[in-house]
Each structure stands twice: as C-alpha cells, then as structure tokens.
Design a protein around this ligand. Structure first.
Ligand code: N01
Length: 852
C-alpha cells in the first residue's frame, strides 16, 4: 500500500465536517480537517446578516448523534437565529473537543488523484500538500456567494455588503440610504431589520417570492411532546420522511376540494408557522400546476391582506413560478415592511438596473443615491464550492470539466473518475430539499461505514461504475420530470447563475426513499461500485432504482395495504374488488360526450360506452377492449384511459363489454371482439364515426382481444382496419417468456395472477390456438399498422416484445414503445402517475396517425 500522510482529508467544519471528524476519531482513522473560516459552523459562521434564522424548527434542526445534547442544550426559540445556531455548533465542538482536530484559516486550492499510488494530493492555501487515501468535501450547498452579475458593481464607492459574507461586527444602517438587491430567503429575512434602521430603503426585486410568517416563539408543543415521549421513533420517522421532518403525507388532492375548503386547510397549515406544512397540505401541489395554483393563490391572498397599496401587493405576489418550485421563505414582518413610508419596492422587470454607479444605482429612467448596497443575490449553489476547487481525478480530468453539462454523481455522494472522493449533501442527493441535519448525518454515517467496510475487507479504492452513475442521473431526472419544479428559474435548476447548466441539482425523490436507495446499495454488496486493492476487485454492477419514481410510490403504498392476492378470490369477489379499486381513481379528462348503448356481440347483446371528442364529427373510431384478464372489467372499467385517448387523439372510442370467463371461456372474448368491430363498422355513420377509419385498441387481455380481432378481420374479409393499438397485450399462452419470471412478483400483475386468468379463460390446448395466442398465428403479414407498448416491469413484456418483432418481420408497419420503468398497469393510471403521460401522448399520436 502506498504511504499517506493521513487516511482522510475533510474540507469544511460546518455541521457535516464536525460530525465526520467525530466519527473518524471514533472509528480510528487518521485525518486532517481543513476549514477556511476561523471557527466552526459553516453556513452559520458566514451568514450573519440581520434576521438570519433557520427555517426548520429547532426540534428538527439539531444533531441526533449525541443524545446527551438534547438535555445539555436548550433552544430559546422555535426558529433559532444565526447567533444561537453558531453557539450550538461551538458548544458541540467544545464538548467533543473538535477544535483540536480542525485547522482553521486553511483553504483547499486544488486536489489531484494519483492513479498509481491510489492517493489524493490535497494542496492547501498554507502551501502544504497532504497525501491522503480518502477526500471528503463537506463544503456545504450554499457556501459560495454568486458572482455579481450587475453592470457597474465595482464602481460603487459606498459600503457594499453581501448577505452570505456579512461582517462579523455587524452593520449599523441608522440614518442611511440603503439599497437591497434580491428577494430570496436572505433578502426577505434581512429587509425588515434593515428597514428598522435605515432612513430610506429601496428594494430591487426581480422575482417576488412566496413567504409565510415564521410565528416565532417557543418550539411547537406538539413536536416537543412527541420528542419527549419517544425520541427514537420521531427521529426514525424524520429519517424516512419526505423532507427530513416527520410530517404526515397528505392524501388529499387540491383539486378534489372547493377553494373554500382548500383555503381552510391551508390556513391551518399557515398557522403552524412551519416551512414544510403548506407544501404538504395537498398531495399534488408539487406535481400538478392546477393543484399548485390553489396554494399559490392562497399565498397571494395573504400578501394582499397585509400590503396596503394594491399595486405594491401585486408586485410582491408571485405568478410566474409555482409554490415551492423556488425555495419558499419564512419571514418576520416582511410584507408589513412595504407599508412603511420610507420603504420603496422597485420592480426590475419594468425598471431594470442600467448600472451601479459611484454613488448609487441607475434604473429605469431614474438614478438614486445610496450610502450602502446590500447584495442578497444568492449563491452558486450545490456545485459552486465543489468545482471552485481544482479537483483532478483519473487522467487529470477535473470535476469542473466533467460537470460542464450538469453534475454527474452516483447517489450525490461519489463520481466516476474520482475514486475515494465523497461529497456530503452533493448534487443528486436530497440536500437542499431536506432538513440538512438529517441529510448530513445520513451521508456522514454512509461514508464512515464505507471507510470501515473498506478497511475491514482490505479495499483501497471505491469508485462508482459508469452504468450506476448514468442510472442515477436518469432516476434523478425521472423524479424531477414528474414535478413542476423544472418550470421555475430557480437556483435548484442552476438558473440563477449565468452559464450554469439547467438541470435539477438536488434529488427530489425524498429523504426516506433516497436513504433506502443508499441502504440497498450497501446491502447488495455496494451495488454500482467497484472496490479494489491491487489485483483484488469487487464490482456488483447494476442500477439501484429502475422503476419510475411515481410507480414505485404506488407500489410501496399498495404494499402497506396488505391486500389479498386476487388469485385467491373467486371471480365474483375479484370483480367486486376491481370495481371498488376503480372507484377511487381520478376520472380522467373531459370529453365532448359519453353515451352508453348495446351492440350485437357473437352471442347476444353487449354493452358499450362511447366517448365522443368535443370537436365536430364525424370522427375516426377506435374499438377498445378493456383489461381484466378476460375475467373482470367492463365497457366502463378503463374509463380514464378511454377519455384520455379520446381527448388526445380526437377519435371516437367505443369501449366494449365483451363476455367474461369463466362463465364464457375461450373463444367468447375473441368472437365478441370481432363481432363488435363488425357491428361498429356497420353502424359507424350512425355513431358519428367514419366507417373507413376504424382501428382496434386494447390493454392487457383487451390487447389480446384487439390483436386477435385484427387477425380475424384480416382472415375473414374485413372490415379493413386502419390500425391496432396494443398496450401490454397478452400474446402467448405459454407464459414461458423470461419476463414472467423476472417480473412475476411485486408489480401488481403477478405471474400467479396471470396463471389464474389463463386458467379461467382457456385450457392449455386452447392456448395454442392463435385466437388465444396471437403470437402463434401462422403469419402476421397483412395486419394493419401497429402501435405496441410494452412495459419494462410487466410479466407480459417479453411476449409483447416478441409480437412486435414478429409483426415487423412479417412486414407490418410497427411502432414499438418500450416504456422504461413502467409496470403492467401504470400507463393506464391517468392523472395519478405523471410518468405515464408521455406514453399516452405517444399512443394518441399513433392513433391519429392510423387515420391519416
Ligand atoms: O438567495 P436566492 P438567498 N439582479 O438565490 C435575486 C438558503 N437560505 O441567499 O429570483 C437582480 O434565493 C434573485 O432574483 P431571481 C435557502 O435555501 C436559508 O436569498 O433570480 N436580482 C433572488 O430574488 C435559500 O433559498 C435560510 O429573479 C438578482 C435573490 O437575488 C438559499 O439559501 C436563509 C440578481 C437571490 O435569492 C438562497 O437564499 C437564507 C440580479 N443580477 C438562505 N441576481 C434559512 O434557512 C440574483 N437576484 C432561513
């Protein structure tokens, strides 16, 4: 093994670096901890602007690793102010003798990995180079103030202050003319205090922000009581919660209640004075624009109720971004400040700053003189502190170069090409979207355990694999894609720093889900990491999260319900169960008209439901066959999907209630399907459709009926079909495809449920008939253009894929969508699973395409 000066170099002595130092000592690693400031505290050391407070309540924003602290340290308020939090950090540092392990006033200027020696060389501002095995950046997410990007900043000769680098001795604004630029958390917290002193205060606002009063005071009693009663459970809940603060997840959609009811619920959350309570009132405010508007309007109403000048109130009301998509703020008297006669708001959208001058600011058509300018313009968040240090990994590539188009990490902790480099609360981890204390402790624990594991197992290096890193990037993007966060020009998106790539920097899948992913990685033998020492290598490559995040949440939710397996029920019970489940889902989009009727099946009448587009007809028609394993379901059971297809494709959908097994086994469903298509063709004009433009569509067993019907229409002289849209179709009764085994459990449609369906529908011999297993048809040539959707985690995936391939080989025009991360049922879950929406759009586009 190569020589090191120390095992670990840690950069930063905020709450992350302090805890890590403690753990390194405890586990017997040698270390150097380097800190640029001259004291501990990190963010709370630097951010000393007046009014600086933590937005997370003191019951939650404190270390949990030293239980004695809970008795030894008493917080004076619900939301502690900066000086008190700094004192807390100092108290902990003294208690655990951390000061003796930290080198202050020492910056890291550069670091490079030596691939031969398997060591990092860390260059410090004191001129030293430290050789170490592991290098941990505990540099914080919001530690590098954004470079001024306003013309003329260098010209001003008055006093200049930056909220993130506030003078330690404080600032007295008494009698001064002051300008504040920026209305994020720092601006919103400091402005009321500056207004109290200044003779004249002008606030330059580019974007109004959502803010609620902190209602500061004693810590919330209900939290204190829960903590006292059972701290362990409370802390466990925090660690597995969405945000790192125990909160009950809402199950109410903002769109399912009246505005009056919604506002009453929001008022209750508002009165709590807790940052996360408003965003947690409804289950859909982060994923649905309309749901978010309900919260946003409530917040705007609050602004109007405080600010006396309606024009100013309007300027202070956010309209361009959704609530929560930029970090919401907590304030004490912020909006009230604008009622003061010496305070003025300048809207930079109508009066942009032309230049900072020697004596003040030129904006719009005005020039004003100031004694002081306060920049509350934010940070180069998440990556600034990491890429500002020249960190060169394997082959000399720097992290800055690697991250040119956005940070690439595995778990937000590590990055390919940078062995033994760890980031605490790095990009790709919940970090700034969480209670930082919880996230910091989790990362420190993970790093400590990993170092111990490597030492015990004799590994010298650890590095994520390209596959795992790319998989994590995709997963992070999937999580962001189902939210409305990407619409906002926020620092979460890097949008505040010119030239920064526009990606979602933090992981938005939630603290608990993130923690479980990290735990799973370890439990699976460091899945996605390569560990090595000389010739010894261990690499269990793979992806830790492949299921779409919203699908995963539904699966987790369902698993908590302990529902009986459907295959243990009788068909009657299964039908009742399926109907009851369907009753709870959102109804789907509005369409022009919905009517019910009966049509001629193969053996008597069948019910159908017709969905008519809102546009003038006549329309092309898709005859739709529902899912339900030939056993349950009806012409109304896929209602949301049928509405969605109708509305998006401008097609008249006729959903048919074909006969069900076991009462009417094979070939009843197939024969009814074909009879229904013939009937619809004959009656198309009367239905308001175009007889020459008829397609079939279906999901699951309904996809089977649609595929079989298309073959029957081809083989028995019509009607001529324009296309077939098959969503997760059953195509092969042999059930021998690998996906039946791979996806046979956990994903709602299980292998045994599929067997139960087949057993009710067709005998093993009948399954060999192409009218049961369309994949077995002698030829697929001459079938209509096809859109076939298969889902990655569906037991039926491979038979659907095989059908798509066979159709293509037979010369059929096929569009085959392989829906990544989806399960058998997820694409049908309209308005429940946002990740299914793009696939439904594709399906609707294909349907339109059949008729053109
Ligand atoms: O920074 P910000 P912050 N011309 O980026 C404006 C945490 N924090 O320091 O929105 C004019 O939020 C910018 O305008 P716009 C917390 O996570 C926590 O306030 O980009 N204006 C915005 O109004 C927080 O979110 C706590 O259009 C310019 C403001 O400056 C994060 O730190 C307290 C501009 C910057 O707001 C950052 O907060 C404080 C320009 N050229 C901070 N450039 C607590 O826990 C930027 N702006 C309490």
């Amino acid at each position: 093994m190569a020589q090191s000066d120390v095992d670990v170099v840690v950069v930063g002595a905020g709450f992350a670096g302090m805890y890590l130092l403690h753990e390194l000592r405890k586990t017997g690693f040698s270390y150097r901890v380097l800190e640029a400031g001259d004291d501990v505290g990190g963010t709370w050391y630097w951010n000393r602007y007046p009014g600086a407070r933590c937005d997370i309540a003191t019951t939650d924003y404190q270390y949990s690793w030293d239980p004695e602290l809970h008795d030894q340290w008493q917080w004076s308020e619900k939301h502690a102010a900066q000086p008190e939090i700094l004192r807390y950090a100092q108290f902990v540092a003294k208690k655990h003798d951390l000061y003796s392990g930290i080198e202050f006033n020492t910056r890291v200027d550069g670091a490079e990995w030596n691939e031969v020696a398997k060591r990092w060389s860390i260059h410090t501002s004191t001129g030293e180079t430290i050789i170490c095995q592991h290098y941990v950046m505990a540099t914080g997410c919001l530690s590098v103030p954004k470079e001024p990007d306003i013309a003329g900043t260098e010209k001003f000769t008055g006093n200049v202050y930056v909220t993130g680098r506030w003078p330690h001795e404080g600032v007295d604004f008494t009698g001064k003319r002051v300008a504040v630029i920026g209305t994020g958390s720092s601006g919103i917290q400091s402005i009321p205090h500056i207004a109290d002193q200044a003779k004249e205060l002008v606030i330059f606002q580019r974007t109004p922000n959502f803010s609620m009063p902190a209602f500061n005071g004693p810590a919330p009693q209900y939290r204190v009581e829960r903590l006292k009663a059972d701290r362990a459970t409370y802390e466990h809940e925090a660690r597995y919660s969405g945000t790192g603060v125990p909160l009950e997840d809402s199950t109410v959609s903002a769109l399912s209640v009246t505005q009056e009811e919604a506002f009453a619920m929001l008022e209750e959350a508002w009165q709590k004075g807790e940052l996360l309570s408003l965003g947690n009132t409804f289950m859909d405010s982060a994923i649905n624009r309309k749901a978010n508007d309900v919260v946003a309007e409530f917040m705007r109403m609050k602004v109007r109720s405080v600010v006396k000048d309606p024009e100013v109130a309007e300027l202070l009301s956010p309209y361009k971004h959704g609530y929560g998509t930029k970090r919401p703020c907590m304030d004490t008297g912020y909006f009230e400040t604008f009622n003061k006669p010496h305070v003025r708001l300048v809207d930079l959208n109508t009066q942009p700053i032309r230049s900072i001058t020697e004596t003040g600011i030129d904006f719009g058509k005005e020039s004003m003189e100031f004694d002081a300018i306060v920049y509350a313009t934010g940070f180069d968040a998440m990556t600034g502190a990491i890429v500002n240090v020249d960190i060169a990994g394997k082959d000399g590539v720097t992290l800055k170069n690697k991250w040119e188009n956005g940070p690439l990490t595995y778990l937000g902790l590590t990055s390919v090409g940078f062995p033994n480099l760890y980031m605490i609360t790095g990009p790709g981890s919940p970090s700034v979207l969480s209670n930082m204390m919880v996230s910091i402790e989790q990362h420190v624990d993970w790093i400590r355990d990993t170092l111990v594991h490597m030492r015990e197992q004799g590994f010298e290096t650890i590095e994520p694999t390209p596959l795992a890193e790319e998989g994590w990037r995709v997963h992070c993007t999937d999580c962001a894609d189902i939210t409305i966060f990407q619409e906002a020009n926020s620092w979460y998106m890097g949008a505040n720093v010119p030239g920064k790539p526009r990606v979602m920097f933090p992981y938005i899948g939630g603290v608990g889900r993130y923690r479980m992913a990290c735990e799973e990685v370890v439990a699976k033998g460091y899945l996605g990491f390569e560990l090595g020492s000389g010739d010894k290598k261990q690499c269990n490559d793979g992806l830790v999260r492949e299921v779409q995040p919203d699908v995963d949440m539904v699966l987790d939710f369902i698993s908590t319900l302990n529902l009986p397996a459907m295959e243990t029920m009788s068909p009657t019970e299964a039908r009742a169960f399926s109907e009851a489940s369907s009753a709870m889902r959102p109804s789907g989009p509005e369409v022009g008209e919905i009517t019910d009727g009966v049509l001629q099946g193969a053996d008597g009448n069948l019910e159908y439901r017709l969905y008519r587009p809102a546009t003038p007809g006549p329309h092309p028609i898709a005859v739709y066959f529902h899912g339900g394993g030939w056993v349950f379901g009806s012409h109304t059971s896929d209602d949301p999907l049928c509405r969605d297809l109708c509305a998006q494709s401008n097609t008249l959908i006729v959903s048919v209630n074909y006969r069900h097994a076991p009462e009417a086994p094979f070939p009843a469903a197939a024969e009814d399907g074909f009879a229904a298509v013939k009937w619809v063709h004959a009656n198309a004009a009367a239905l308001g459709g175009i007889p020459e433009k008829i397609a079939v569509a279906g999901w699951s067993a309904g996809g089977n009926v649609a595929a079989v019907t298309a073959q029957m229409a081809r083989d028995t002289g019509g009607p001529q079909l324009s296309g077939q849209l098959l969503l997760c179709p059953v195509t092969d009764g042999s059930q021998q495809h690998a996906s039946h085994r791979e996806n046979g459990e956990r994903f709602i449609l299980t292998k045994s449920l599929m067997e139960w369906f087949w057993n009710h529908y067709a005998t093993p011999d009948q399954r060999k008939n192409p009218q049961a297993s369309p994949l077995l048809a002698a030829s697929l040539a001459g079938l209509p253009p096809t859109m076939l959707v298969t889902c990655q985690f569906d037991p039926l995936r491979d038979e659907g894929n095989a059908y798509a391939r066979a159709l293509m080989q037979a010369g059929v025009q096929v569009e085959h969508v392989e829906a990544r991360g989806h399960i058998h049922t997820s694409i049908t879950m309209v308005d429940m699973l946002p990740s299914g929406a793009p696939h439904r759009r594709e399906m609707a586009r294909a349907l339109r395409g059949f008729f053109n």
